[in-house]
Design a protein around this ligand. Structure first.
Ligand SMILES: [Zn+2]
Length: 176
């Protein structure tokens, strides 16, 4: 079984010391448990992947909207990984880097940092990933993201102010 890894990038492999640390760490910090729960709720098919990762395919819920997403050591896709790798040959590397980020964040604080960075990226570029430190570290292109230029802050503040005015303006039709 282990020999298959040479030809099949999705086959289970023997774990290195650090991969054991990640495997145990992401169970203890509960993120892999959460990842399994989400995959089961989404009725995904589970199988052992390489380097201690769990692959979940055929996920059926509509959230999150993503070609693939990682929670702890669990990488989930609505389609299947052979197909995803044909479109994005390095997507598994990208998702695996997120599994290290969960370990480094000691688990669920990942989501606080991830959300703050997403806000920052949107503010700087109008895109949720382009200036997102976690997505940049995981490799933008490997994850299918496009790098976008930074928009001057005063232009972006104007955009946000306009967006807020539009959003807050919507309920006014209910006024007498
Ligand atoms: Zn990513």
């Amino acid at each position: 079984m282990l020999d298959e890894a040479a030809t099949d990038p999705l086959a289970p492999t023997r774990l290195t010391g650090w991969q054991w640390v990640r495997l145990v760490g992401n169970v203890v910090n509960l993120t892999t448990v959460l990842g399994l729960l989400i995959a089961v709720l989404g009725r995904a098919r589970l199988r052992s992947g390489p380097r201690g990762l769990v692959l979940a395919e055929g996920y059926r819920l509509r959230f999150p909207v993503a070609g693939a997403f990682t929670v702890g050591n669990v990488i989930t896709t609505p389609t299947d990984f052979a197909e995803r790798l044909r479109v994005l040959p390095r997507m598994l590397d990208h998702e695996e880097r997120h599994s290290w980020q969960y370990l480094c964040c000691l688990g669920l604080p990942f989501y606080i940092l991830y959300t703050v960075m997403m806000g920052w990226s949107v503010l700087r570029t109008g895109d949720r990933a382009a200036r997102h430190a976690f997505e940049r570290m995981a490799g933008l292109a490997d994850g299918g993201y496009v790098d976008r230029p930074v928009i001057p802050l005063r232009v972006q503040i104007g955009n946000v102010a306009r967006w807020l005015r539009r959003s807050l303006g919507a309920p006014r039709r209910n006024q007498d």
